[in-house]
Ligand binder design. Structure first.
Ligand code: C2E
Ligand code: MG
Ligand code: MG
Length: 549
């Protein structure tokens, strides 16, 4: 089977015929009469040409000029070239080799020798190409991942006393870029980014491509600081015309433990890099054991959560809310607790943020809501005064189309007035997707539920926004209340927020009231309700029931 394409460059027609006849059984043959024509053919067939047989003396463009041109082009420089020289002139042979010829054969042709030389050269080049494709990433020219690991291992073994760090860098939103502008633009971006990366980490670094848009480097510890600085100062690539800012994230693992595999080291650098994904003002993160422990802990929690829910390890606590006007208890917030058989008592701060990330919070929330409704029913049956209880609604819950149905089913099932179920939705959810929230909230209010905006003042709160929202109650964030209360009265925003809320008929709850002074100030400002340790801490259902009775 003919597989290899070869190019014969020769002005003499008879010579071309001799070569063609001798070789055409084994090769696909392309022919050119001079260097210029040969270049055109190369441009068309490029890297599919396995070898060139080249005459030196030709019109238009001679063999040497042709050699010079192709050796300067990376695309063609790897193609082996056999020069056919006139007779046994040592000078001619030397010149050919100096111009980059791989080999030479004298005229008149000794065809068997030519055939063998060609075969050997083609084989040699293919083996080298194979080795290269293993070593180098085709697109960027950086080391392939596997070869990077090998080089890093070699370097570490050679320099046992030097300190090193692994850097991993990633383009944020690369998938979006690829999808928007096409694969070719994506490839172009990667090529450029690889160059920038190499520049930033410095000449001595060993660089490799980890995956699509992730690069790796091994740098000496002393140099790492410079690299890091360069990343912090010039953290974005600007693509004029296409995407404006593409954020680049850098993860650093300082090699402290050489006994782990290079793969693991790179994983750690990539790991820490991923922790700052989506955080717009942070571009560099350094791996340390705290992070490792945190990630391990998160994994443990993730592994345990399903069973915990089915074994009812989650319990609902209640924290009363009081009216500033008469000090009466006017409601409570349901707050989840995890009582794990070996880890003991856990606060939601330890697991809710993780559950929000992995989606489990939806299941947990539905469980909590059901517990609350069950209790409301029980207290109703026992004849206790009916006070509303608020539950937390996570931002991922809002995107569930059946959210309204879920709540209606619960109040039906436990025969309770929807007005007794208050729903706390955190402020940041409102700023993320206002339209979706507004729609959902309107539907919920239409069914009789009362909506509270939680954590007001913790994020990008805007007073203007409040008017547009359907809300019933505003819950001031604990840290916001505390900060504002520390300021002099004339700089304090609390009074304005409370007045504004009242103007649009919202009641205001202050969260995290811990001292009598805080309570006094808030009361003086006209705040309606208080929730905080000064009045009562979150308590078990049994304790809370005692408060009711
Ligand atoms: P949150 O909804 O803003 O709840 C108020 C948090 O402030 C509660 O913390 C409460 O115990 C605490 N707190 C109240 N008064 C004081 C005070 O005077 N001083 C101090 N230092 N803290 C006070 P907790 O119970 O640890 O809950 C933390 C967060 O976890 C909640 O913030 C809420 O975002 C989330 N969470 C709690 N339960 C649930 C739940 O069932 N579902 C969802 N999705 N999130 C929940
Ligand atoms: Mg809350
Ligand atoms: Mg809150």
């Amino acid at each position: 089977m003919k597989q290899h394409q070869i190019l014969i460059v020769e002005d003499n027609q008879l010579n071309r015929e001799i070569l063609r006849t001798a070789l055409e059984d084994e090769y696909i043959i392309l022919e050119a009469e001079h260097g210029k024509e040969a270049l055109d053919i190369l441009k068309q067939h490029g890297e599919n040409i396995s070898l060139i047989l080249l005459d030196v003396m030709m019109p238009v463009m001679d063999g040497y000029a042709f050699l010079d041109t192709i050796k300067a082009e990376t695309e063609f420089s790897m193609i082996p070239v056999i020069v056919t020289t006139q007779g046994q002139s040592e000078e001619e042979e030397l010149t050919a080799l100096k111009h980059g010829a791989t080999d030479f054969v004298p005229k008149p042709y000794r065809l068997q020798i030519i055939k063998h030389r060609m075969e050997n050269l083609i084989k040699l080049r293919e083996t080298a190409a194979l080795a290269n494709s293993f070593k180098y990433d085709r697109l960027t020219g950086l080391y392939s991942k596997e070869y990077f690991y090998t080089k890093v291992r070699e370097c570490l073994d050679k320099n046992p006393e030097k300190g090193y760090a692994i850097l991993c860098c990633n383009l944020e939103n690369f998938k979006l870029y690829n999808d928007t502008f096409g694969r070719d633009s994506g490839d172009q971006l990667i090529i450029e980014e690889a160059k920038i990366f190499q520049n930033r980490v410095g000449e001595d670094a060993i660089c490799g491509r980890y995956s699509a848009d992730r690069f790796l480097a091994l740098v000496e510890k002393e140099r790492e600081k410079d690299g890091r600085q360069r990343f912090e100062q010039a953290r974005k690539v600007t693509r004029s015309g296409l995407m404006e800012n593409i954020s680049v994230k850098l993860g650093i693992y300082e090699i402290v433990d050489r006994s782990i595999s290079i793969e693991q080291m790179c994983d750690r650098a990539a790991w820490v890099m991923d922790t700052i994904k989506g955080i717009y003002n942070q571009h560099v993160a350094v791996y340390d054991d705290t992070l490792r422990n945190r990630l391990l802990r998160e994994q443990e929690i993730t592994d345990a959560m399903g069973q915990a829910l089915s074994e009812k390890q989650f319990t609902v606590y209640f924290q009363p809310k009081y009216s500033f006007k008469d000090g009466c208890m006017v409601g409570a917030e349901a707050l989840v607790r995890w009582i794990h058989p070996t880890w003991g008592f856990m606060s939601p701060g330890e697991f809710v943020p993780l559950f929000e990330k992995n989606g489990f919070v939806q299941q947990l929330d539905e469980y909590v809501w059901e517990c609350v409704c069950e209790k409301l029913h029980e207290w109703k049956v026992k004849g206790y005064p009916q006070i509303p209880v608020s539950v937390n609604v996570s931002r991922t819950d809002i995107y569930q189309s059946h959210l309204v149905e879920t709540f209606c089913n619960l109040t039906d099932k436990y025969d309770i007035d929807p007005a007794l179920l208050h729903l706390e939705i955190t402020e940041s959810a409102y700023t993320e997707s206002p339209d979706q929230i507004i729609n959902m909230v309107k539907k919920l209010q239409g069914c009789g539920f009362v909506i509270e905006m939680d954590d007001f003042g913790s994020g990008y709160s805007s007073l203007n926004m409040l008017g547009r929202m359907s809300l019933d109650i505003l819950k001031l964030d604990m840290a916001f209340v505390r900060n504002e209360l520390e300021k002099p009265l004339d700089e304090n925003l609390l009074q304005d927020v409370i007045s504004m809320a009242h103007r649009i008929h919202l009641k205001v709850v202050a969260e995290g009231v811990e001292t009598e002074e805080q309570a006094e100030c808030l009361r003086a400002m006209g705040c309606d309700y208080a929730q905080g340790y000064f009045f009562a801490k979150p308590m078990s259902d049994v304790e809370f029931e005692n408060q009711l009775g």
